[in-house]
Design a protein around this ligand. Structure first.
Ligand code: C2E
Ligand code: MG
Ligand code: MG
Length: 397
C-alpha cells in the first residue's frame, strides 16, 4: 500500500479532479469525493494520510466535516481550502486544532499549481517525490550516470581476473543525492521511459568500454534489460547498430534479464533472444532462483549464462543446503552449455567454495562494489595484480 494517500473533498468536480491530479503526480494514491455525506466512510476505508478539505459545500460544510473527522479513529493531516477570505481560513484552522484534528495548512482558492505542490510535498517530506516528469527531465539534463560493478572470471586455479563489469544506472538527483534503481526503474517501466533510460545506459557504457579499450583495458559489459524490450522485434538490429557504431565486438556485450522479464511472452522473447545470440550478443538469466523460477524457460530460452542470486551465495558459508543448491545449479548450467555467475560474493571463503564448484564468474563486494568508471580502473588494477590464492579449493573441500 502506498504510504501517501490523499483524499480530496471538494464539491466542485473540476477543482477536485485538478487537486487529485496534482496529488497523483506527486506520488500519492488519490481519492476524490464531491459528496460530503460520503466523507466519513471514505476516511475510514481509504485511511488517507492527507486530506484536502474544501470549507464551502452545499449541505454539510467543511467545519462540520472537521468535527466528524475528530470523532473518527484516523489521524490524517488536513489542508483546508476556501474561496473565502483568509480570516475565515484562520478561524477554521483554529477550530479544527481545538477539536484535535491536525490541521497542517490552509489556502485560498484558486491556488497556483506550484504553491499547491509545495504544500503537499511538505506533508510527505519523509518520502522522496519522484515523478515521471522529473525522470524525463533528469534524462534530458544528463542527471543519470552509470556505475560499474566488476565481474571476475576464473582463469586458472586461484586466479580470478576482472575482465568485465555490469552497468548499473543511478540518478544524481539535485535534491536527494544519489538514487538507486529500485527508486526509479519501476516508474521508468510503467511510464515507458525505460526505453530512454536503457538507451542511455547502452550508449554511456559502450562509450566507456571504447575509452577503456583505447587505454588497453578490456572490459566486457553487462547491461540489465527490462521486459519491454523482449516484445520489440526491432531491438536486436538497433542494438547491433549501436555496438558497431562504437567499434565494439558484439560478444563483449551481455544482456541481463530477470526471470519475470524473460517469461512475459515466450514466443516473441524466444525470437528476440535467438536473434541476439545469432548476432553474437550474450544473454544472461539474472537473479536466478528468486522470481517464478521455471526450468522450462531455462531449457527453452537460449541463455548463454545464468546468474545465481545473492541470497544463495550469502548463505553458502553457513548453510549446507545453500551450498548444495549452488553446486547443483552450477552443474545444471554447465550441462545446459551455459556459464554460471554467482552474485553477492562478499568473502574469500565463499569465493573458494565457488571455485571448487567450478563457478565461471563472480561479482560482489569482495571483488568490488559498483563504482564510477574512473574508480573501477583502480579496483581492476588492485584485484588483477593480487597474489594467486594458493589455498584455493582446499578450504572448500
Ligand atoms: P542486479 O542486476 O541483480 O544487480 C546487482 C545488484 O546487487 C546491484 O544493486 C549491486 O550494486 C548489488 N550488489 C553487487 N554485489 C553485491 C554484494 O556483494 N553484496 C550486496 N549486498 N549487493 C551487491 P543496484 O545497483 O541497486 O541494482 C539493483 C537492480 O536494479 C539490479 O539488480 C537490476 O535488476 C536493476 N537495474 C540496475 N540498472 C539497471 C538498468 O540500467 N536497467 C534496468 N532495467 N534495470 C537496472
Ligand atoms: Mg543484473
Ligand atoms: Mg542480479
Amino acid at each position: 500500500m502506498n504510504e501517501n494517500r490523499l483524499l480530496v473533498m471538494d464539491d466542485d468536480a473540476d477543482v477536485g479532479a485538478f487537486f487529485g491530479q496534482v496529488g497523483e503526480d506527486l506520488g500519492f494514491d488519490v481519492r476524490v469525493i464531491a459528496d460530503p455525506d460520503k466523507f466519513s466512510s471514505v476516511v475510514m476505508e481509504f485511511s488517507p494520510t492527507v486530506i484536502l478539505l474544501d470549507l464551502q459545500m452545499p449541505g454539510k460544510d467543511g467545519i462540520e466535516l472537521l468535527r466528524e473527522l475528530a470523532s473518527l479513529d484516523r489521524n490524517p493531516k488536513v489542508l483546508i481550502a476556501s474561496g473565502l477570505d483568509s480570516r475565515v481560513l484562520t478561524t477554521a484552522q483554529e477550530l479544527g486544532t481545538s477539536m484535535g484534528v491536525e490541521v497542517a495548512g490552509a489556502f485560498c482558492k484558486p491556488i497556483a499549481l506550484d504553491e499547491l505542490e509545495v504544500l503537499l510535498v511538505r506533508l510527505k517530506s519523509q518520502t522522496k517525490i519522484i515523478t515521471v516528469n522529473h525522470l524525463r527531465q533528469a534524462i534530458e539534463q544528463g542527471q543519470l550516470v552509470v556505475h560499474y560493478l566488476p565481474k571476475a572470471t576464473l582463469k586458472s586455479p586461484g586466479r580470478w581476473i576482472i575482465e568485465g563489469a555490469e552497468a548499473l544506472v543511478r540518478w544524481e538527483h539535485p535534491e536527494y543525492g544519489l538514487l538507486y534503481p529500485k527508486e526509479f526503474i519501476g516508474l521508468a517501466e510503467e511510464s515507458g521511459l525505460i526505453v530512454e533510460v536503457t538507451d542511455f545506459v547502452f550508449r554511456a557504457s559502450m562509450e566507456q568500454a571504447r575509452v577503456w579499450f583505447a587505454k588497453g583495458l578490456y572490459m566486457e559489459l553487462g547491461v540489465n534489460l527490462s521486459a519491454q524490450f523482449l516484445g520489440d522485434l526491432g531491438f536486436p538490429d538497433r542494438l547491433l547498430t549501436l555496438v558497431r557504431e562504437n567499434n565494439l565486438d558484439p560478444s563483449m556485450l551481455t544482456l541481463e534479464l530477470t526471470e519475470t522479464a524473460a517469461m512475459n511472452d515466450p514466443s516473441v522473447a524466444l525470437d528476440i533472444l535467438a536473434r541476439l545470440r545469432v548476432k553474437n550478443i550474450n544473454v544472461c538469466l539474472d537473479d536466478f532462483g528468486t522470481g517464478a523460477s521455471s526450468l522450462t524457460h531455462l531449457y527453452r530460452m537460449p541463455f548463454s549464462e545464468v546468474k545465481l542470486d545473492n541470497q544463495f551465495t550469502n548463505d553458502m558459508r553457513l548453510r549446507a543446503d545453500a551450498r548444495a543448491l549452488v553446486e547443483g545449479l552450477i552443474y545444471l548450467a554447465h550441462k545446459l552449455k551455459m556459464r554460471a555467475c554467482a552474485e553477492g560474493v562478499e568473502d574469500e571463503g565463499t569465493l573458494e567454495m565457488l571455485e571448487a564448484m567450478n563457478c565461471d564468474k563472480v561479482q560482489g563486494h569482495l571483488i568490488g562494489a559498483a563504482v564510477r568508471a574512473k574508480d573501477l580502473e583502480a579496483i581492476v588494477e588492485r584485484w588483477n595484480t593480487r597474489p594467486i590464492n594458493q589455498s584455493r579449493t582446499a578450504a572448500a573441500r
